[in-house]
Design a protein around this ligand. Structure first.
Ligand code: UD1
Ligand code: MG
Length: 459
């Protein structure tokens, strides 16, 4: 492609600004480590940045943000971290990163607390900058409530003259609803000239990144703006905004899954994680919660109020209602997990069933086995976890305790109410309960005796 290819990996550097402490989140957790759909805010932004395949990814953090630095190192091991100490505004943050940046190509600036942006929008921004040969190209948006956002002074064709912070806007500009989403792309060869000349704001001593536009225009360098969806520009500064952004994220992911053929009767009640994978034709009933790491194969049905985490559900399998799949649950094709069944670190073979009130932990269940109501794998002795193995086509009667480690062979039949502590070979019948006794007439005699006793106590 021509040299103007905006996402040419040779030429794109990305800087993520995340040095702000996020004091308005009102807790000890750094803002960008708050989770959105099972993933930290900074992980969302790093994932997006990486998807553009930049040659360089720089994250700007504040002093003492060690836990954030650890998350960034884990997710972007090839990226660089620079420390802005103390923070003096968004312009200063980019200036701190500038020595690490190459002098050619484009520099894209993202915020660590703006997780809803999409790759398509960023590509549009980068394409526009490359096409215009602009010193700065900014992402604009029209949020329903523009209070607090900087405003773009721009022509209808996207030519940009300045960004003016909300507090510095005159009435005419405030009436305009075209806001600065915060994302911008700069020409790397002009970035240093602009950053060197940023004025210090008299009221707070900060350097505003937004002032690069006015400076560039004054030098005769063109600047431009592209408009994106206001939802993508939503930032997180408070817990309430985090919840709102999470709502937008959920709506987007549900819509994507439904477009791919997933069936949801009440999508607004289904909670997804960023990595939830669901195959076409699967049915997700109301109030199902997907924590991270879940895959549901095509045609499976997840009944209402089930809760799944780090689990795989095979094609045509059925889960719930009110089932819990914990990490390591692997449910085979056409298998069935019914109500009030908890499954952890357990593989269920094809067509196996545990239909009611059961705990299967650290267990292997062969294909076609049937686990009766109230079966419990006693997998923990207070110190260590032990495995239970149940063979193919085995039938485990209701209310059975399987004291691990224990192996039940293929096609074994276990009598209801058994407590199994030792190996049962294939095709055996295992019974460990006390033999039944029947005392003719004794029930009637007992009732009479108890009725007399009650009368005696009353009188
Ligand atoms: C900024 C823009 C505003 C825009 C809005 C969109 C400026 C001056 N204003 O305002 O025009 O409408 O975003 O959300 O840029 N950060 C640092 N170091 C600092 C200061 C901030 O790394 O010294 C980081 C923050 O962690 C955050 C991002 O930069 O991720 C934005 O900072 P914030 O203080 O939220 O800027 P706004 O006042 O919202
Ligand atoms: Mg902000």
């Amino acid at each position: 492609m021509a040299a103007a290819d905006p996402i040419d990996a040779e030429k794109l550097s990305i800087v993520i600004l995340a040095a702000g402490r996020g004091t308005r989140m009102c807790n000890d957790r750094p803002k960008v480590l708050h989770e959105l759909a099972g993933k930290s805010l900074i992980a969302h932004v790093l994932g997006l940045a990486s998807s553009l395949r930049p040659t360089l990814l720089v994250t700007v953090l504040g002093a003492g943000m060690e836990d954030v630095a650890a998350e960034v190192r884990k997710l972007a091991p090839d990226g660089r971290i620079v420390i802005q100490d103390p923070p003096h505004g968004t312009g200063h943050a980019l200036a701190v990163a500038a020595p690490a940046l190459p002098e050619s190509g484009a520099v894209l600036v993202l915020y660590g607390d703006t997780p809803l942006l999409t790759r398509a929008t960023l590509e549009k921004l980068l394409e526009r900058r490359a096409r215009d040969g602009a010193a700065v190209t900014v992402l604009g948006m029209r949020p329903p409530d523009p209070a607090g956002y900087g405003r773009l002074r721009a022509d209808p064709d996207g030519r940009l003259h300045a960004i003016v912070e909300h507090k510095h806007c005159d009435a005419a500009l405030l009436a305009s609803d075209l806001c600065n989403a915060g994302v911008l792309a700069l020409a790397a060869d002009r970035l240093r000239h602009l950053l060197d000349e940023l004025p210090r704001q008299p009221e707070n001593g900060e350097y505003y990144l937004t002032d690069t536009v006015g400076l560039a225009v004054a030098k005769g360098w063109s600047c431009s703006a592209v408009e994106g969806s206001w939802i993508e520009g939503q930032g997180v500064n408070t817990q309430a905004q985090l919840a709102k952004v999470a709502g937008f994220f959920q709506a987007r992911r549900r819509a994507e899954l439904m477009e791919q053929g997933v069936i949801m009767e009440a999508p607004d009640t289904v909670m997804l994680s960023a990595d939830t994978a669901i195959g076409a034709g699967a049915v997700i009933e109301p109030f199902v919660v997907f924590r991270p790491g879940v895959t549901v194969e095509p045609g499976a049905v997840i009944h209402a109020h089930s809760y799944l985490e780090q689990a795989r559900v095979g094609a045509g399998a059925e889960i719930g209602p009110f089932a819990r799949l914990r990490p390591g649950a692997e449910i085979g094709d056409r298998a069935k997990i019914g109500n009030f069944v908890e499954v952890k670190n357990t593989r269920l073979g094809a067509g196996a069933k545990a239909s009611h009130l059961t705990y299967l932990g650290d267990c292997e269940v062969g294909a076609g086995a049937n686990i009766g109501a109230g079966t419990v794998t006693c997998n923990y002795d207070g110190f260590m976890k032990h495995r239970t193995v149940i063979g193919e086509e085995a039938f485990v009667g209701s209310n059975t305790a399987l004291v691990a480690p224990v192996v039940i062979g293929e096609r074994v039949v276990v009598g209801a109410g058994s407590v199994l502590t030792a190996y049962v070979p294939a095709d055996a019948l295992a019974l460990s309960r006390v033999p039944q006794r029947v005392l003719e007439g004794a029930g009637a005699r007992l009732r009479t005796r108890l009725a007399h006793e009650k009368m005696r106590r009353k009188s």
